[in-house]
Design a protein around this ligand. Structure first.
Ligand code: CA
Length: 532
């Protein structure tokens, strides 16, 4: 009888989800609302104060604002990096990335969105894809009916206005048409690809896609909708073709070109005595990987994917050396991460995660990514934390460490949180209470403390089919609950058996979150599937 009563109460609570449920007053919850348009924050005044003092002392000493370098790898798995248990163990050592982890802060609960475009847009705007409308990758020749960038603010744009030199090097994948390009939405400089590696390889590799590459009519049509080239542009200009990507050999070299540009951008910025904000956005290790010159077979594993991991690691080492050479190593916040989990569907051209699922899903394998913050002299070496960090937090954090928190927009909902005090203070703990995991517009799951609560689940019909053959299913009356400390692979839901105490907390958080869409409606770019 007791169980029946509690289940009924729970069902009622779930039914109230879309309403303005509030978690205020719940003694289990720690986050406070600090503004109506901001994600609630766990406030830690002492660590905040300590970091402000640290940054002020550094600026006094260096005489300039700090730089920000975000190293964003495409589709790298949590388990690919040596510091996370991969590296040598999976046939692709990552000594340079590992040294960032050992010399800085290794985060074990960093979360991305399930795919490229959603993560990148969220990281740059501090807003969930469900709000900006950038809910899935934009594919070959697609022109969204609404330009999301016409009404979004990027950290790059806000920092550029504050005197920073800003650049996007490498993969963009946030829209190709006029008005969508990086140098039109806040970046002073751009050199890279506007789409994604696989969009080029599909038109080049006759072994992979013969029914396109070997069919002249289809190839002629492809050339009309897809520009296979490295492009570049300066603020306000339309990007121009720098060089075509017209062979597999040319495609294999693009990350080296991006590294050349990033190195040059850092050197020029330092010479101009300007602080910089640079997103170095690797094309690697997204499919299809072809080894750059000198990299074929360089990894112990010998597969092109693993050679690409080794190349990424070498480029990380090269950019860190550039910071050192220019005297900026101790004046730069470096953040290393991946935009989503490994693409299981593509083995062996994909990475490794110890978690369930992969890219495209909201199981941990799809969204839990490496996250390393490195800043000698500011971040103590050897720190590790399982505190929650969402890549959207890089928006607020970048503004905070550069002294521009006042520029966080007030006219829209911001899902990111200022995590500068978490990352930079010696004993810092996370300011984030929960992480929301979405599939397009659907709230799928919530991470709270060590628990993962699925309101809906990705149902995968066969191994390695997270994108190609999955379903989204509603859970039964009880959400599926996994304690990630005892069941990190999310294998045995312990929903109502030993989390009855916690479910109302998470239901309250979900209700509070969903209610924000009422005052701040989501944008619709027309990216949803045309289904009845
Ligand atoms: Ca990706």
């Amino acid at each position: 009888m007791k169980i029946k009563l509690s289940c009924t109460a729970f069902a009622l609570a779930l039914a109230a989800l879309p309403l303005a449920a509030t978690a205020a007053g719940d003694p289990f919850l720690k986050a406070q609302m600090i503004a109506e348009n901001l994600e609630p924050v766990i406030v830690h005044p002492e660590q905040q104060k300590a970091v402000q003092e640290k940054l002020a002392a550094l600026e006094k000493h260096s005489g300039r604002k700090p730089n920000i370098l975000i190293l964003l790898v495409d589709d790298l798995g949590w388990g690919d990096v040596g510091a996370y248990g991969g590296g040598t163990a999976v046939g692709a050592p990552t000594p340079h990335i590992d040294s960032l982890a050992s010399g800085g802060l290794k985060l074990t609960s960093t979360y991305a969105q399930p795919t490229c475009t959603p993560t990148r847009s969220a990281m740059m705007t501090g807003r969930l894809p469900a709000r900006t409308g950038l809910t899935r990758p934009i594919l070959t020749g697609e022109n969204p009916k609404v330009n999301p960038w016409a009404s979004e603010q990027t950290a790059a744009g806000l920092l550029s206005a504050a005197g920073y030199r800003t650049a996007l090097s490498g993969k963009w994948h946030l829209g190709e048409p006029d008005g969508f390009q990086p140098q039109q939405v806040g970046y002073d400089e751009y050199l890279g690809i506007l789409s994604v590696s696989s969009e080029f390889s599909q038109g080049l590799d006759a072994r992979l896609v013969p029914n396109l590459v070997l069919k002249p009519e289809r190839m002629a049509a492809l050339k009309k909708v897809s520009r296979s080239a490295i492009t570049a542009g300066k603020r306000g200009e339309l990007a121009q073709v720098l060089e075509p990507i017209d062979s597999i050999e040319a495609l294999a070299q693009i990350d080296q070109k991006f590294a050349n540009f990033s190195e040059d951008f850092i050197r020029r910025s330092v010479k101009a005595q300007k602080p910089f904000y640079l997103i170095h956005s690797f094309s690697r290790v997204h499919n299809d990987n072809y080894p750059a010159k000198g990299y074929a077979g360089k990894s112990p594993a010998g597969f092109p994917y693993k050679d690409a991991v080794v190349e990424v690691d070498d480029i990380v080492g090269r950019l860190m050396q550039t910071l050192k050479d220019t005297g900026q190593l101790d004046n730069t916040l470096v953040f290393f991460t991946s935009d989503n989990g490994p693409s299981d569907d593509l083995l062996p051209d994909s990475g490794y995660t110890p978690f369930r699922g992969g890219k495209g899903s909201t199981w941990e394998g799809g969204v839990r990514v490496p996250g390393i913050a490195y800043w000698p002299g500011i971040i103590s070496a050897g720190r590790q934390s399982d505190g929650l960090f969402d890549l959207m937090d890089l928006f607020n954090t970048s503004l905070a460490v550069t002294g521009n928190s006042a520029k966080v927009p007030k006219d829209r909902y911001i899902d990111g949180i200022d995590q500068s005090s978490f990352l930079l203070s010696d004993q810092g703990v996370s300011n984030r209470e929960s992480v929301y995991m979405y599939a397009e517009r659907q709230l799928m799951a919530i991470r709270w403390e060590e628990f993962k609560v699925h309101l809906k689940v990705f149902d995968v019909k066969r191994a390695g089919a997270n994108l190609d053959e999955s379903l989204v299913s509603s859970t039964g009356m009880s959400p599926w609950v996994y304690n990630l400390y005892v069941d990190p692979k999310e294998q045995v839901s312990t929903g109502h058996r030993n989390f009855e105490w916690g479910l109302p907390r998470v239901v309250g958080i979900a209700g509070r979150h969903l209610a924000t869409f009422q005052k701040y409606p989501a944008k619709d770019l027309g990216l949803a599937k045309p289904v009845q």
